[in-house]
Design a protein around this ligand. Structure first.
Ligand SMILES: Cc1ncc(COP(=O)(O)O)c(C=O)c1O
Length: 254
C-alpha cells in the first residue's frame, strides 16, 4: 500500500510558503518556476560556506572540491535522464538558453536556405523564437503541427510536414494544456524522414521518469528551476554525436 500524500508535510518543506505575509500563500505558478525546499536552500548555503571556488580553473584543494561537486552534479543529471554519458550534459542558465544553444550551434552549422524545421503550434516561445530568428536570417522554412480541439497534436499530416525536414523540435508536454506529446512515435517518424529531434522537456522531466534513449531524442532541454532546483539552472542534453568528451566529467570524481 502506498502512503497517502501529506500536503502539510510537503508544504512545511518550503520556507517561502510559511513566510509570506499574514495569510497562507497558495502558489500556482510552479510550471514557470517552482518554490525551493529547505534541502535545496541548505545545499546552496552549504556550498557557499564550505566549497565555493571557480570550477575547472585551479589546482588547489578548494578548486578541486568545487569542480568535483559540479562534475558529480553533471553525472547525477545524466543518470536522472538516462543519458549514456555525463559528457552529454551542458549546464545552461535555463531551458530558453538550452534551446537557443541548439538553434545557434547545430542550426547555424547545419541549416541553409530552403531547409525546413518542424515545430508545433503549442510550443513555448523559447522553442519558437530561436528558430524564427534562424528562419529570418537563413531563409529556413518553418512548418507547424497544428493542435486538435482536445489539446493533442494533430499528427494526421506529420509525414508530409517531415518530408525533407532537417529538424523536428517539439515540447513533450504542454505548459499551457498539460497534454503529453507522443514523443517516441514522432521521433521515429522524424528519424525515418532523415530529421533530428529536439525535445523541449521543461514540463515532461518534472512529471515523468525520463530516458533520452527511450525517447530516441538527439537534443533535450529542461530547467532545474522548475523542479525545485535553484534559479539560473537549465540543462541541454546533446547526444554523443553533438557533444565533446570532457576529461573530468567521464572519470568518477572524489
Ligand atoms: C514548455 C516550456 N518550454 C520552455 C520554457 C522556458 O523555460 P525557462 O524559463 O527555463 O527558460 C518553459 C517555461 O515555462 C516551458 O514551460
Amino acid at each position: 500500500m502506498t502512503a497517502a500524500l501529506d500536503p502539510r508535510a510537503i508544504r512545511a518543506d518550503f520556507p517561502l510558503l510559511a513566510h509570506h505575509g499574514d495569510s497562507p500563500l497558495v502558489y500556482l505558478d510552479s510550471a514557470a518556476t517552482s518554490q525551493k525546499p529547505s534541502v535545496v536552500i541548505d545545499a546552496l548555503r552549504d556550498y557557499y560556506e564550505h566549497t565555493n571556488a571557480n570550477v575547472a580553473r585551479g589546482v588547489y584543494a578548494l578548486a578541486e572540491a568545487s569542480t568535483n561537486a559540479m562534475e558529480n552534479a553533471r553525472r547525477r543529471v545524466a543518470r536522472f535522464i538516462g543519458a549514456p554519458s555525463a559528457d552529454e550534459i551542458v549546464f545552461t542558465k535555463n531551458a530558453t538558453e538550452a534551446l537557443n544553444l541548439v538553434a545557434w550551434s547545430w542550426g547555424r552549422a547545419n541549416l541553409a536556405e530552403g531547409d525546413a524545421v518542424v515545430l508545433s503550434q503549442m510550443e513555448h516561445h523559447a522553442n519558437i523564437v530561436p528558430w524564427q530568428i534562424l528562419a529570418a536570417e537563413r531563409g529556413i522554412e518553418l512548418r507547424w503541427i497544428s493542435v486538435a480541439p482536445d489539446g493533442t497534436l494533430d499528427l494526421s499530416n506529420l509525414d508530409v510536414l517531415l518530408d525533407g525536414a532537417k529538424m523536428l523540435s517539439v515540447s513533450a508536454m504542454s505548459n499551457v494544456l498539460g497534454t503529453f506529446t507522443p514523443m517516441r512515435q514522432m521521433a521515429d517518424a522524424a528519424h525515418a524522414a532523415g530529421a533530428l529531434v529536439c525535445v523541449d522537456a521543461c514540463q515532461y522531466v518534472p512529471h515523468l521518469p525520463t530516458s533520452v534513449t527511450e525517447l530516441d531524442a538527439d537534443f533535450l532541454a529542461f530547467s532545474g528551476h522548475k523542479m525545485c532546483g535553484p534559479t539560473g539552472v537549465g540543462v541541454l542534453w546533446a547526444g554523443a554525436s553533438y557533444s565533446m568528451p570532457c576529461p573530468r566529467s567521464s572519470a568518477e570524481a572524489a
